[in-house]
Design a protein around this ligand. Structure first.
Ligand code: BGP
Length: 488
């Protein structure tokens, strides 16, 4: 039987986020973002959000991989791999240092114009995330970030600025990275910039009863509602500015299965997947889901939605659905299990699957399953905006990095995508997370490496920052060159 082919214009590429790669955190008029105040951590030791900068504390965002000064070299390497698309994020605080300034920072605009023109030079289609975890610190301090409705106006002004400024250079936009992050306790920092909840330790395994108090949950869901409104307004405005703009949502989409066929576990898994549908239904269908009231009740949260807001949501539905997918977990209400965590959720570890160095389960089939679930529910084009393997790499005596584990992970996920396309899913692109090593979001480490390109930099920021092509670099290049046909 002949293999299913990827569509001819399939968008292969990679994804990065500003605060994880740029560095230059206070250069050329940039303001700080909440993520700039995150310390380094590890799998065992959670990253800390410090309210003020502590002397003698290392903040990885300060330098990151210095992409700010090396983007030309990095984009040239992406081009060498044959990228058709590059997903990047714009740092809001580089454009509006306080988030809500009257006028934009020209130097910030100039930097992103240069980056986008560099992509254009290589015929790489940019896909721009407007907000990727980095709420401007000034907005967080002044008004608890997204908890305050005024943040909607500030965000829309920021969107209008970049929609107009980069008209002609960008076609694809994502309004919020992993918008469902905001409903989690660590989303206080990563998602919403809510400082009044007092969240400081950012590790999924460290949620305690206090962090889940009803008043805190209510703030998160209110902030999330404001993001939905902001996203809807941005979509409407973007289409007015350029009717060809394609503007999508982005949701963290770990797959969750019932641990067993015990019906209580089946129901638990169904409920667990609602952290996707809660957001997807609003952003794709323009209305809260039938289960939303019950969902909020179970989380201990309450939310009022005005008629006016309902109308705004209806008018700003997205053009495509994008997701991050790394791992899967299981729901088991009846037995105590070995647990696994991903970037987003905790679950019982699946006994059929292996884990990565950071305990994330390796499950390519889950990718096929989840994109089928998404497409089956929404029937709009799907884009895999993040997928990748964080692993410890060592430089061999020959000066190279033989990361066959990363190539194997890549191959298996490409196969899963091909299967999903064969199933009938309208999948139009794939951006590997971290095509170049960068700072890990959950742990703040450099040691958790995703790249096809190695960056000589350690957890404390020491190193030459030189870039080295890993073996997986050539594997991805071949996959792109053959449009996936080299995969068995
Ligand atoms: C997602 C984020 C990314 C990225 C990725 C990998 O949640 O959108 O920013 O970092 O996860 O996670 P980590 O860096 O924690 O390994």
């Amino acid at each position: 039987m002949s293999k299913t082919k990827f569509p001819e214009n399939f968008l292969w590429g990679g994804a990065t986020a500003a605060y994880q790669c740029e560095g230059a955190w206070d250069k050329d008029g940039k303001g700080f973002a909440v993520t700039d105040l995150l310390t380094a951590g590890s799998k065992e030791e959670p990253r800390r959000f410090t309210e003020n900068f502590e002397k003698d504390t290392y903040y990885p965002a300060q330098k990151a991989i210095d992409y700010y000064h090396r983007y030309k070299e990095d984009i040239a390497l992406f081009a060498e791999m044959g990228f058709k698309v590059y997903r990047m994020s714009i740092s809001w605080a580089r454009i509006f240092p306080n988030g809500d300034d009257e006028t934009p920072n020209e130097k910030g605009l100039a930097f992103y114009r240069d980056v986008l023109e560099e992509c254009q030079k290589y015929h790489i289609e940019p896909l721009v995330s407007i907000s990727h975890h980095d709420v401007p610190l000034a907005l967080a301090r002044k008004q608890d970030g997204w908890l305050d409705r005024n943040t909607i106006d500030a965000y829309v002004r920021y969107c209008e600025t970049i929609f107009r400024e980069f008209n002609g250079l960008v076609k694809y936009w994502i309004t919020f990275n992993e918008i469902n992050m905001t409903m989690n306790y660590f989303g206080d920092i990563f998602g919403a910039g809510i400082l009044s909840n007092g969240t400081t330790l950012l590790n999924i395994a460290h949620a305690d009863a206090d962090s889940l108090l009803p008043e805190k949950m209510t703030k998160r869901f209110k902030a999330l509602h404001h993001q939905f409104i902001a996203s809807a307004k941005a979509v409407k405005l973007g289409h007015q500015i350029n009717s060809k703009y394609k503007i999508g949502c982005m949701v963290a989409a770990d797959a969750h299965y019932p641990y067993s066929c015990n019906p209580v576990n089946v129901i638990a898994a169904q409920k667990s997947m609602r952290r996707l549908w809660y957001c997807g239904d609003v952003q794709v269908r323009g209305e809260y889901s039938y289960f939303a009231k019950q969902y909020l009740k179970e989380k201990g949260a309450s939310l009022e939605v005005s008629e006016e807001d309902k109308a705004i949501l209806k008018e700003g539905t997205v053009d495509f659905f994008s997701l991050s997918y790394y791992t899967s977990g299981c729901e088991s209400v009846d037995e105590k299990k070995d647990m696994t965590a991903g970037n987003f959720s905790l679950g019982a570890a699946n006994p059929y699957l292996k884990k990565s160095d950071w305990g994330w389960v390796f499950d390519p089939q889950g990718l096929r399953w989840v994109v089928n679930e998404i497409y089956g529910r929404y029937r709009i084009p799907v884009f895999i905006a993040e997928n990748g393997l964080g692993a410890i790499d060592t430089v061999s005596d020959d000066g190279r990095i033989h990361d066959e584990y990363r190539s194997a992970y890549l191959d298996e996920h490409v196969k899963a995508m091909r299967d999903a396309i064969e199933d009938g899913v309208d999948l139009f692109g794939y951006t590997w997370w971290g095509p170049i090593d960068l700072v890990s979001a959950s742990t703040g480490e450099m040691k958790k490496r995703y790249g096809f390109i190695y960056v000589d930099c350690d957890n404390e920021g020491n190193g030459s920052l030189n870039r080295i092509r890993k073996d997986s670099f050539y594997r991805y290049k071949e996959i792109i060159r053959t449009n996936g046909e080299c995969i068995e």
